[in-house]
Design a binder for this molecule. Structure first.
Ligand code: C6P
Length: 420
């Protein structure tokens, strides 16, 4: 049996995830940083890629590259097949009904901007967009730009001290003026998993579309957009073992059909004349210009890779590692965890009394440990907790307890240095 077949068999039989074998797929993890083994705990910023994804991109450029949807020659057919093949893989991965509902974008940020620009074009002064206090800037600023343009109002649902959405308050903020609810599935700064299902049920009963920012959920749990019944779901390839520069906007056909194009250019048209331009069918109406074909190839390989391991197996493995890491970090003297929601994904944000988060990050780097420090593009979250930033360790299925132990050793060193 080859490694892929073995992995598939493990996943089907519900066997625990084989972390050692998985780590051997990620060449970047095998290196030393500052004379220590690399403990990469910054996957919420960007995940690493397995050899399978790197090989798929190399193979594409070595054998199949051309432009898509444009040529009659063999290479153009191959490139088109690879690009559209990934669209079908994405459809299956999130269980969308049709590939017409899968729009390739640059990433989560562009997916949300697309909806703000296109769907939002028809919002009026006084209309409301409901978001939460724990959004990433990507799910705040596009709506603020829209509000500036057409007088729409941004309404913000509150959170509590654990970093959980106050669901009843949030539901109470839905009004006759609400035109869209835009909410993160998982908070990048706190790790909170939001009860998006409950929000969607309420929104559905009032015919209000819901956009879910899935950037931090898609790499860590199985996502089924039809079961969720969301109207839009946005995510980035680079957080799920795929390349940078490509992402997805899932949109229900009923919305995408009535939305105007986001950008104009090649491939998004049926015909162009100076009198009139007719737009292409879905999803091409939203994909102007030569797309990120190699990115799509890599994303397809990443989806194959994750699917072979299985998302439920990844979620179960990461949940255990999160418990281990939270307990180990939480026990250290002077540590204050930021974000202690009952339902969390693999993000541990924290501060240590008397040590600036950037100093924590720098000391850890000297110990070979990579974490992110600062506001994590979620400044309103930091403002809510009255802090400038946090140190954030974020997990992926290729991490293990050794990574956490190395982090804890580094933190102990930082504490010792600053106590002297
Ligand atoms: N968060 C982090 O370190 P892009 O940059 O478009 O791929 O993703 C934006 C984005 C949107 N929503 C959430 C919840 C996110 O976490 C991110 C990206 C990274 O937390 C980089 S700022």
């Amino acid at each position: 049996m080859n490694p892929n077949q073995t992995r598939k068999k493990d996943a089907e039989s519900g066997a625990a995830l084989d972390n050692k074998r998985i780590r051997s797929d990620f060449p970047i993890l095998a290196q030393s940083i500052n004379n220590h083994p690399l403990a990469y705990l910054d996957s919420a910023a960007s995940s690493q890629r397995p050899q399978q994804v790197i090989d798929a991109i190399r193979h594409y450029y070595s054998h199949d590259h051309s432009n898509v949807h444009r040529g009659v020659h063999t290479l153009s057919h191959r490139a088109t097949e690879a690009y559209e093949g990934t669209r079908e893989k994405v459809r299956q991965f999130i269980n969308a009904e049709s590939t017409s509902e899968i729009v390739f974008t640059k990433g989560t940020t562009e997916s949300i901007n697309l909806v703000a620009d296109s769907l939002g074009r028809d919002f009026s002064p006084g209309d409301e967009i409901l978001i939460s206090h724990m959004e990433h800037h990507s799910n705040i600023v596009p709506w603020q730009l829209l509000c500036e343009k057409n007088g729409t109002r941004l309404v913000v649902a509150p959170i509590n001290n654990q970093g959980e959405l106050l669901l009843d308050d949030c539901l109470g903020l839905i009004s006759d003026k609400t035109r869209l609810i835009a909410i993160t599935h998982v908070s990048n700064a706190l790790g909170t998993i939001n009860p998006v299902e409950n929000l969607i049920i309420e929104a559905r009963s009032r015919n209000i579309p819901v956009l879910v920012d899935g950037a931090q959920a898609i790499p860590h749990q199985a996502v089924d957009v039809r079961a969720l019944d969301c109207d839009f779901y946005a995510f980035s390839s680079h957080k799920m073992c795929g390349p940078t520069g490509i992402g997805v906007l899932y949109g229900k056909q009923q919305w995408l059909d009535r939305m105007p194009p986001y950008q104009g250019g090649g491939d998004m048209i049926l015909s162009v004349s100076f009198k009139e331009t007719l737009y292409n069918e879905l999803p091409y109406k939203f994909e102007a210009g030569t797309p990120n074909i190699a990115g799509a190839v890599g994303l397809g390989a990443a989806i194959d890779y994750l699917s072979e391991i299985s998302m439920p197996a990844i979620a179960a493995y990461e949940a255990k590692l999160l418990t281990y890491a939270t307990s180990a970090i939480g026990q250290l003297p002077g540590v204050e965890l930021v974000g202690t929601a009952a339902k969390k994904a693999g993000v541990i944000s924290f501060n240590i009394e008397g040590i600036h988060p950037h100093d924590i990050g720098t000391i850890l780097d000297h110990q070979g440990v990579a974490i992110r420090t600062g506001h994590h593009c979620a400044m309103p979250v930091m403002e809510f907790f009255g802090i400038a930033g946090t140190a954030r360790a974020s997990l992926a299925f290729y991490n293990n307890e050794d990574d956490i132990d190395q982090l804890v050793t580094g933190l102990k060193l930082a504490i010792k240095m600053f106590q002297q």
